[in-house]
Every structure is written in C-alpha cells, then in structure tokens.
Design a protein around this ligand. Structure first.
Ligand code: SF4
Ligand code: SF4
Length: 334
C-alpha cells in the first residue's frame, strides 16, 4: 500500500546545501533574510545574490550565489538562517504538491548526484507519495510570479522594494492565494492554469503601476460584448461600475493620460482565450487605472484584423448615461 509522506525526516547531512550552483530566491524572501540578518536588503543583495537565467528558468531571476556549490549560509553542516531560509529550501524534497518518491529520486539523482549517498530521500520506498505543503508552495509560487513579471517589465532587478511590496500585498490577499493554491495542487487542470494567468496579469499591472510610481486601482469588468458600430467600427464594450467608468472618463478627459501599457497573454489552457490586461495613468498625478478581461482568440483576431490594428475598447457605466463611452486603443500582440 502506498504511504503518503507529509513530513520529511532530514538526516541533516548538509549535502544539499553544498551541491547547488545557485539557490532559488525571490525578492520577498530576500527581505526576510535581510531582516533576519539585520542588514539592509540592498546589502544582502550585493553580498549574497546574483541575477541569472538558467536552463530550467530561462527568464531572469534572483538567486543566492554559492562557492564551489556551497551556500554561504551553511555553517557546521547546518543552515545558519534556518528560520528565514528560502521556500525552495523549506520545501525540499516536496518541491511540488504531489510526486512519487521514485520520480523525485530520479530528478535529484540527475541534478545533484552527490546527494544519493546521504540524503534520506533515497531511503524512502518507491511507490510512496511525497505530499508538499501547499500553503508554502503557494506562497513560493506567488512570490515567484511577482519576480518573473517584474523582470519581464523592468528588464532587471532595478528596485528590489517593488517586487517585495507587491508580493507582500498579494501573499496576504485571499483571492490571489486561492488562485496560487489551485495552481499548485493541479497546474494542468485548465481552470487552474487559466486562474494562474489572470493572477499573473493582475500582478503585472500592480508592478507596472509601482514602476510608474503611481497608485493603482482596478476597474471591475462586469459585462463584455464584441460590437460593431458604423461610427466606431469593431470594438469590445466593457461594462464597469459607475464610479470606475467615471474615474476612467475623468482620466481620459484630463489630457494627462500619458502612461499606458497593455499586456496580452495568449492562453490555450482554457478554450483558447486571451487574457488582456491594461494599465493607464497620469505621470503628473501619479495615478493609474487597470483593467483585465479575457476574450476568445478568434474574436480578438477578428476585431484587430489578425493583429494588424489595435484592439478598441470602450467602457460604459452599468448605470447612468450610456452615451458617454470612454475608450482606449490597445496594442495587443497575438
Ligand atoms: S539557505 Fe540554508 S537551507 Fe538553504 S541552501 Fe543555504 S544553508 Fe541550505
Ligand atoms: S541532503 Fe537530504 S538529508 Fe541531507 S540535509 Fe539535505 S535534505 Fe537533509
């Protein structure tokens, strides 16, 4: 009978901490480590970190540097920052929510062959199930999404405090944690994958506003319809609550709308839909308003003439004067 292993009994040989090219880290964890060591995050970064892309993670990310494979925090075969150690260290060997011991052994054997002699993972029976801590894995996933989105927007780790603040905000947000948990437990289930894309889009918009040094608010989209109008042409009409539509109208009319970013994420995970996230703002007022919606790839291609034209979006308030539409052309990459 299969045994489910939730608590891994580590033999404390220290070998895993001395066999790493790099130790996975995020800005959120970096702040925790800096607090633990009572040093500034920037000092922690310059003393212990590197940004790199790896075969496993081709996008740029943060890591703890090692020397001859040894993590700088390994002292007398023990982790000297145990309470604040990175999530990847806490999770090992339950790196994913559910795995068979033999699969994890094969992974570790291929990546860190030196561990086979001493790691207690190799004393577990094949066929048993390793069950990860999904709360921990969900926090790790959210923090990782934030860094991933930050690097793709900023190109480099320009200001560590931005991904830290955004991760701290979303790790304490019930809805976002639920999306991360669903993804961690079943990443291949189409609604989980799609929920992850929506969460990633929201994170990206929040980061964009922070990079602009603007206060962000989000428009809750209530209804969306693809429309064609003689005067306006083909467009998507989004219905928002009256206050949000009014705020968008005021921003558009102010003449100070000089910040705009559209992020379009294709998704085949859930009926070939595209997640479209857009942030608009004013650099003089330091405010930005974002919205997220999803539409089928077929409709987007039709409305943009196969990606040759911008996607026109108009908002109308769910109550009140329907004539005062406020609209934006979005450059959507499809
Ligand atoms: S932070 Fe601690 S647990 Fe993680 S690799 Fe370094 S010494 Fe090991
Ligand atoms: S190699 Fe395995 S047994 Fe040794 S310290 Fe790491 S997790 Fe524990």
């Amino acid at each position: 009978m299969k045994k489910v292993i939730r608590d891994f009994e580590c033999a404390m040989c220290g070998r895993c901490c001395a066999s790493q090219d790099l130790v996975q880290l995020t800005a959120y964890e970096l702040y925790g480590l800096a607090r633990h060591l009572e040093i500034e995050p920037a000092e922690f970064f310059s003393r212990y970190c590197v940004t790199a892309s790896t075969t496993q993670n081709p996008t740029l990310h943060l890591y703890i540097k090692t020397e001859d494979g040894r993590c700088p925090f390994l002292k007398d075969n023990k982790c000297s920052v145990h309470e604040a150690r990175p999530y990847a260290c806490m999770a090992y060997p339950m790196r994913v929510y559910w795995s068979l011991t033999e699969d994890m052994k094969a992974f570790v054997r291929s990546k860190y062959p030196a561990l086979e002699k001493t790691c207690s993972l190799f004393r577990l029976n094949d066929g048993d199930v390793l069950l990860g801590d999904y709360e921990l894995l969900s926090r790790q996933t959210l923090a990782w999404w934030v860094d991933d989105a930050y690097f793709s927007l900023a190109g480099e780790m320009a200001d560590l405090s931005i991904p830290y603040r955004v991760a701290d905000f979303y790790i304490h947000d019930k809805e976002m944690m639920e999306a991360a948990k669903r993804y961690v437990v079943n990443p291949y289930h189409p609604p989980s994958a799609f929920g992850a894309e929506l969460a990633y889009a929201r994170i990206s918009l929040m980061l964009q506003a922070a990079i602009w040094n603007a206060t962000a608010s989000f428009v809750p989209v209530k209804v969306q319809e693809a429309k064609e109008d003689e005067r306006l042409g083909k467009f998507i009409l989004l219905t928002a609550d009256a206050d949000s539509a009014k705020a968008l109208g005021l921003l558009a009319k102010s003449g100070r709308l000089d910040l705009a970013r559209t992020l379009a994420m294709a998704s085949n995970a859930y009926g070939g839909r595209h997640v479209i996230a857009s942030m608009h703002g004013s650099s003089s007022d330091h405010i930005a308003i974002g919205f997220i919606f999803h539409e089928s790839g077929t409709i987007i291609r039709e409305l943009t003439d196969d990606g040759k034209k911008p996607l026109y979006i108009f908002f109308k308030p769910e109550t009140g004067d329907e004539v005062k539409l406020v609209g934006f052309p979005l450059n959507v990459k499809i």
